[in-house]
Design a binder for this molecule. Structure first.
Ligand code: GLC
Length: 543
């Protein structure tokens, strides 16, 4: 175990805070400002290395693509045999120099401070003011951050998210537990019935099963974790079933999002074509987001008009009745983010079901996985070497090259051949920016370095892509993304997202999921070394 300073002295923390940016600009940043010289890229290095694959049941010796290994039947076996268990791999902490350790230890303390300051007791808001309610995938990701220093609080985050679950299984994108006038559109605009809390009438990427497994596998209180997992399991299963019933009535094997907000990537260029429907005569509205963040970093007014058109149409359709919604929505897209996360979450749900001895559920989930595997093959664009979202109304693949194109690696649904092409593309993208992963290919005309999901780097996506790369053996590329992510947090702090060219922070400050990614992913070795892991208050664990 490497030695770290325990940063309890506030003066010491303060002085480190002031020196960190300087240290970084002189030491770490230099290596990112210069692009790597031409020569063997991360991808080719990964391909040459015998590279470790999964922790369990490795079936291939290396990620090198050979023709015989790339055939479809083998791929079918390949994805099935992978359990994808190493969610937040503990990486390279032991070999870093002391200075780096101290900087990261400071970030751990900052991350804990951010989660605590955004803590509303039973749920964590993404950021004060800008996002004052409980957001779905934010909360699920944040629970993994809490788990590193307060196991009981981590479980509570998930339990409270499911307190907003609808009778039909849907878990809303936002649960409006307490009123706030700093966000639009709030509960009065959505106008959903209280069931049991006020909420939106749409969902978000289903991360929660991943978090339940992570919390369970890292629990110190095993018995409590077993109980929590058992009580959350039927709720998770009901939610996953809802996705298939409400969002895949044609039984394609992949689900549709009916609103860009359901993807979590609100203004991705992948929606541009599908958002061409005419705007309705909607009531005048006043956006609150622009009170917090510069307009150049946010979706445009035109995009917002479309968001609200969808919202009001859904509201008019018998309060979000899913049997109607799918058919009436002018926006119906197979989104790579939701589908990759759902696929991965299904693997974890199947793992949980197995643990709980629920064989019927295992069989049901495995059918979703098998069907999903086939359906993903239709989202592959061979010429681009990328996965693409699909407009389910026109049947066309969305041509925009977005970071979600790499998420099938996280799902473990890409074949080895596809993974090799994705890794090559990703390496190219990283060579065009100072910090990866940009949310749109920087060469694409729709790339905007500061505008939300049209260019900036998001740490949660970096974690997913890096995790996926590791599973396919591209450890160097995964490490590069990890290093870029660390550099961004050191340069800009725990911001909502980051400019891939300058590395400046953008959007909200003191952002919960960025803090959680430091705790659970980038800095878990550091957090453990300074005594945080699962070592927080546990007095409420048995509540
Ligand atoms: C934005 C993001 C979404 C996130 C929410 C709260 O709407 O696009 O993914 O869940 O903010 O952070």
């Amino acid at each position: 175990m490497f030695k770290l300073l325990k940063l309890q002295d506030p003066t010491l923390v303060g002085s480190l805070r002031s020196v960190c940016p300087l240290l970084l600009s002189t030491r770490r940043m230099g290596s990112y400002e210069q692009r790597p010289p031409a020569g063997p890229s991360s991808v080719s290095a990964a391909q040459q290395a015998p590279g470790p694959l999964y922790a369990e049941t490795p079936v291939h010796q290396s990620p090198i693509l050979s023709e015989s290994l790339a055939k479809a039947p083998d791929d079918h076996v390949f994805w099935k045999q992978k359990s994808l268990s190493r969610l937040f791999t503990i990486g390279h902490g032991g070999s870093e120099e002391q200075l780096e350790n101290d900087v990261r230890a400071h970030i751990v303390e900052e991350a804990i401070r951010v989660l605590r300051s955004n803590d509303y007791g039973h749920y964590t808001v993404p950021a004060q003011g800008l996002y004052p309610f409980q957001w779905n995938w934010d909360s699920a990701l944040v629970s993994a951050g809490w788990a590193v220093f307060d196991e009981a609080r981590a479980w509570r985050e998930l339990e409270f998210l499911f307190s907003g679950q609808w009778e039909d299984g849907m878990v809303p994108s936002i649960v409006f537990h307490k009123p706030s006038d700093t966000y639009f559109p709030g509960p009065e605009i959505w106008g959903t019935p209280e069931r049991p809390s006020k909420s939106t009438g749409i969902s978000q990427p289903p991360v929660a099963a991943l978090s339940v497994r992570f919390l369970y596998e890292h629990a110190e209180h095993r018995k409590v974790a077993e109980e929590k997992m058992e009580s959350l399991f039927p709720k998770l299963l009901a939610w996953h079933r809802w996705w298939y019933k409400a969002r895949d009535p044609k039984n394609k094997g992949v689900v549709a999002i009916l609103h860009p907000w359901e993807s979590g990537m609100d203004n991705s260029p992948a929606w541009d074509d599908s958002m061409q429907f005419p705007v309705d005569d909607i009531p005048p509205y006043c956006r609150c987001d622009l009170n917090h963040v510069n307009a150049s970093m946010r979706p445009t007014k035109e995009t917002y008009d479309h968001y609200l058109t969808l919202l009001y149409r859904f509201k008019a359709a018998n309060f979000y009745d899913p049997d109607k919604l799918y058919w009436i929505s002018p926006f119906r897209v197979t989104d790579l983010c939701v589908n990759s996360i759902l696929f991965r979450a299904n693997r974890d749900l199947s793992w949980i079901a197995q643990k709980l001895g629920k064989q019927d559920a295992v069989d049901e989930i495995n059918q979703w996985l098998a069907k999903g595997f086939e359906a993903f093959s239709h989202l592959w664009d061979e010429d681009a070497g990328l996965f693409k979202c699909e407009d389910q109304i026109t049947g066309k693949l969305a041509d925009a090259p977005i970071s979600a194109a790499f998420l099938p690696l996280f799902a473990g649904v890409a074949s080895k051949e596809q993974a090799a092409k994705l890794a090559l593309n990703l390496d190219k993208w990283l060579n065009k920016v100072s910090y990866g992963v940009p949310s749109t290919d920087p060469d694409d005309s729709r790339f905007e370095q500061l505008r939300y999901w049209r260019g900036p780097v998001w740490l949660i996506i970096n974690w997913m892509i890096s995790n996926g790369l590791k599973h396919y053996g591209y450890t160097d590329l995964a490490k590069q993304i990890e290093d870029h992510s660390k550099a961004l947090t050191e340069k800009a702090g725990l911001r909502e997202y980051f400019d891939p060219i300058t590395g400046d922070g953008a959007g909200g400050r003191d952002f919960s999921w960025t803090a959680a990614m430091c705790l659970a992913w980038l800095d878990r070795p550091t957090a453990i070394a300074i005594g945080h892991k699962m070592s927080g208050p546990k007095q409420h664990l048995d509540d």
